[in-house]
Design a protein around this ligand. Structure first.
Ligand code: RVP
Length: 496
């Protein structure tokens, strides 16, 4: 006979936190949101700790290299989507690992033999008015000069004039050597009244520009998540099909952590994938697994070697898995059970396996609830899709700016490996996700600052200044549908 669970499957909106004693030293600027990403033994710390407890979803419409750079600079981490070729995904990883704040790899480059017409066309195409002139016209060629709009007058000069006749030649340029810090580069820019400073290696090969206007944007990222070489930390999504080729390529490209991406992770495919990775690379390659929604699924993947476990089936904002397949569990209920299993496992073995609550965060306060219920960090798609840094188009719809956001199980993404049941060879049999818009919200940095501010304030109301304390001390209550009405503005006419 089927087993019936004596529970109602619940979601975050059905709970609230009860304030605890706020002591005088419990103020937002003392709150730490540091949290472990991968497993560790009692008394030790995780090899990777996030500075804010957020990771961006493994989705085409959310996590590319641009998002990964922005999020790592602000203390979180992106898992670059795996539903693309191995070459494309590794290229994105390389771009994140090679990123140096404030050091820009030039995308507008020409040779001396190009003409003023080429300069004007390139400026129109790229929007950049500073063009590097190199021996091969590429960003990594030998630097011969630069052209800026101060070097020519469109009204007077012939369009056929060669670049070498009007560029500022190398001999007249102030340059800096590779290895210089952003602060030192900025000092040179000010001292010589420059707008841009080319950085070159010992053979005069062009490496980067540092721009005057960028310094202020880049100097202030105190939460930046970087490795021992000061390179940004980045993750990558993988699947249970091509991992024998994909994983070595991602490791070689510098991915810091991997995650098997699946809507239903309680499977032998995941076990095999984990075992393969651990036997080939040992503990130096970190890999998360999921998604699961109960203790059984959690323990299965932990025993197979997972470094963290992702929780959630069917709760994503673009996800219709519950409607189409009838599988899933309320996100809060799933999380509470898995967190309990994680704590029990820790008590028995001394090994702490971080868990990630994935999907279904619709309000900022849901984030604190998820952390209080035991999540170590949260994966979000909709939240990040709204920002400038997400890879999708920004459009005007019905008088408002929106950004596109589509599920990995939608026809648009066609990520069949994520929904693979072992026999799917050539595509999705049915959709498990939708194609949608989300309201455009501006920059990641600005939005994250507000969200983090709210979380810290709630944590202080609960009398806690760390995520570990929040988990230990939080008092959580169920709310009735009537009291949910009481929680919003009610019985007043709200002014527009
Ligand atoms: P949300 O943050 O609520 O937008 O949810 C994002 C999560 O939804 C992802 O991390 C993933 O687990 C899930 N997802 C992604 N695509 C789909 C789908 O097409 N059904 N679901």
């Amino acid at each position: 006979m089927a087993q019936y669970l004596n529970e109602t499957s619940r979601t975050f909106s059905e709970y609230l936190l009860i304030p605890g004693l706020t002591t005088k030293d419990c103020v937002p600027n003392k709150v730490s949101l540091k949290t472990p990403l991968t497993k560790f033994n009692k008394g030790e710390v995780s090899d990777i700790e996030l500075n804010v407890p957020f990771v961006s979803a493994i989705m085409q419409s959310v996590s590319d290299d641009n998002m990964a750079i922005a999020l790592a600079k602000n203390g979180g981490l992106s898992f670059i989507f795996g539903s693309q070729s191995i070459e494309e995904q590794t290229e994105m990883i390389r771009k994140v690992k090679n990123h140096k704040s404030g050091f820009v790899i030039s995308t507008a480059n020409l040779t001396e033999e190009h003409t003023l017409k080429d300069v004007i066309l390139l400026k129109g195409k790229t929007g950049h008015s500073t063009i590097a002139i190199t021996d091969n016209g590429k960003a990594e060629g030998k630097l011969l000069g630069i052209v800026t709009s101060r070097d020519y007058r469109v009204t007077n000069d012939s369009l056929d004039k060669k670049v070498k006749e009007f560029m500022t030649p190398f001999s007249n340029l102030v340059t800096a050597e590779l290895g210089i810090s952003l602060k030192e580069a900025n000092d040179i820019i000010w001292e010589h009244k420059l707008n841009s400073l080319p950085v070159i290696d010992e053979n005069n090969n062009f490496k980067f520009f540092v721009f005057r206007k960028d310094y202020d944007n880049h100097k202030d990222n105190p939460l930046e998540l970087s490795d021992y070489q000061k390179k940004l930390i980045v993750g990558a999504g993988i699947n249970t099909r091509d991992y024998k080729e994909r994983v070595p390529a991602l490791v070689e490209a510098g991915a810091d952590v991997l995650c098997i991406d699946s809507s239903d992770g309680f499977s032998e495919w995941q076990k095999e994938t984990l075992e393969y990775i651990k036997s080939k690379f040992g503990e130096k390659v970190k890999v998360g697994a999921g998604n699961v929604v109960d203790k059984e699924g959690f323990l299965y993947l932990v025993e197979a070697g997972a470094d963290f476990i992702k929780v959630g089936v069917g709760g994503g904002s673009i996800c219709i898995t519950r409607e189409t397949k009838g599988i899933g569990r309320g996100q809060a209920t799933a999380l509470i059970e898995v967190a309990d299993a994680r704590d029990e496992y820790f008590k028995e073995t001394g090994v702490y396996i971080p868990i990630c609550s994935d999907g279904g965060i619709a309000q900022d306060y849901h984030m604190v609830l998820a952390l209080a219920m035991g999540a170590d960090f949260l994966m979000m798609g909709r939240y990040f899709a709204r920002f400038d840094e997400s890879p999708t188009r920004k459009l005007m719809v019905g008088g408002n700016y929106v950004k596109e956001y589509w599920g990995e199980g939608s026809n648009r993404a066609r990520n069949w490996q994520r929904y693979d049941m072992g026999d799917t060879a050539d595509g999705l049999k049915f959709e498990e996700g939708v194609d949608s818009y989300v309201p455009y919200a501006g920059t990641l940095k600005d939005n994250l600052a507000v969200t983090v501010g709210k979380i810290k304030s709630t944590m202080c109301s609960c009398g806690t200044i760390s995520i570990a304390l929040l988990k230990e001390k939080a008092k959580i209550t169920l709310v009735s549908s009537v009291s949910i009405v009481e929680g919003g503005a009610h019985d007043v006419i709200v002014k527009e």
